[in-house]
Design a protein around this ligand. Structure first.
Ligand code: UDP
Ligand code: MG
Length: 317
């Protein structure tokens, strides 16, 4: 196989403190890889500004003026990291490349692993997923929630290896297949795992964030997790059905038992505590199930509206 043209996709949201260093580091990396004969000279960076409110875009513009290998796209407003990644993948497919790697703007993922990604690609992998060596840089809370998420996803049948990240290489073939999936809320980690292309894994080291703050909070992480679950599994809905059936059966049996007691032993049921507890427990379960179904209805609602995934403002090629 001929050595590839590589595109590196970098989603950026309010990254004025990181973006310049990141671009310089990655351009040096491209030079190094070209020198080693691993990639073609026309390899480039593709930055997606996810509606930053700080100086990120003006920094990107000046970087683009000094080096045309810095290509970029600006969103009209913030659409979130997944949309920025999707836009990046679609963007580089439009410009042209043999494979694309996505990496965070704070370079928390060790960029030197890209060389290993390319080696795996040359061996025939269409997808090379980066797996974190550890989560030392994450808070206890994030470690715990991430683990819970991966465990849940695996139980629900969407096989995603734990410590998976959006640091991965995808081939042109994978990009072409992605175009066949019109769903607006495509969950990339699920998608690339499920699609059935030849996949390799590369372990990489995680560094602390270079500068600035994490752009994710509890609410956005919950949103990502719920979207991941509802777009890749219907098992929770089946669980609701089974649970509802079991509860109804239980209620019926208790009813039968009460009637029998009343007729044969003339006992009237007593114990208000039991009633209150059962009421709360079953009320809670019902609300939970309703919410769960609501999540799926919401997913359908968002897809059915057919709104664009993102809106481009400016593109620098
Ligand atoms: N990001 C984005 N849009 C957002 C939030 C984040 O494009 O709405 C980008 C961000 O600029 C960074 C990447 O997504 O390049 C990962 O974000 P961050 O480093 O804040 O997340 P963490 O490493 O804490 O998971
Ligand atoms: Mg980060």
């Amino acid at each position: 196989m001929d050595r590839p043209t590589l595109a590196i996709i970098i989603p950026c949201y309010n990254e004025e403190l990181c973006v310049k260093t990141t671009v310089t580091t990655l351009l040096n990396l491209l030079d190094k890889l070209v020198e080693k004969g691993k990639i073609k000279q026309d390899s480039y960076l593709y930055l997606v500004d996810d509606g930053s409110k700080d100086k990120t875009w003006s920094i990107i513009v000046s970087l683009n003026q000094t080096d045309k290998r810095v290509k970029a796209l600006k969103f009209i407003r913030n659409f979130g990291n997944q949309k920025a990644l999707i836009a990046g993948l679609e963007g580089v497919r439009g410009i042209g490349c043999d494979c694309a790697v996505s990496i965070d703007a704070d370079l928390q993922q060790d960029e030197n692993s890209i060389e290993e990604f390319i080696d795996e690609y040359m061996k025939g992998a269409d997808i090379v997923s980066g797996i974190r060596n550890d989560r030392k840089t994450d808070s206890f809370f994030k470690k715990f929630t991430a683990l819970a998420f991966y465990k849940t996803m695996n139980i629900l049948g969407a096989k995603i290896p734990p410590n998976h990240s959006d640091y991965r290489l995808v081939s042109k073939k994978a990009l072409d297949i992605m175009e066949l999936y019109p769903e607006k809320y495509l969950f990339l980690r699920g998608f690339f795992n499920e699609v059935g292309l030849k996949t390799s894994y590369v372990h990489f080291n995680v560094k602390p964030r270079m500068a600035g703050q994490s752009k994710f909070n509890f609410v956005s992480l919950m949103g990502l997790a719920l979207n991941g679950i509802t777009s890749y599994s219907v098992v929770p809905l089946r669980f609701v059905t089974v649970l509802g059936f079991c509860m109804a059966l239980f209620g019926f049996l208790v009813g039968v038992e009460t009637v029998i007691e009343k007729i044969f032993w003339h006992n009237s049921p007593n114990g208000w505590a039991t009633t209150i507890i059962l009421l709360c427990v079953f009320g809670g379960i019902q609300l939970f199930c309703l919410g769960l179904i609501g999540e799926y209805v919401g997913q359908v609602y968002r897809e059915v509206k057919g709104r664009p995934r993102y809106i481009k403002d400016i593109e620098l090629k």
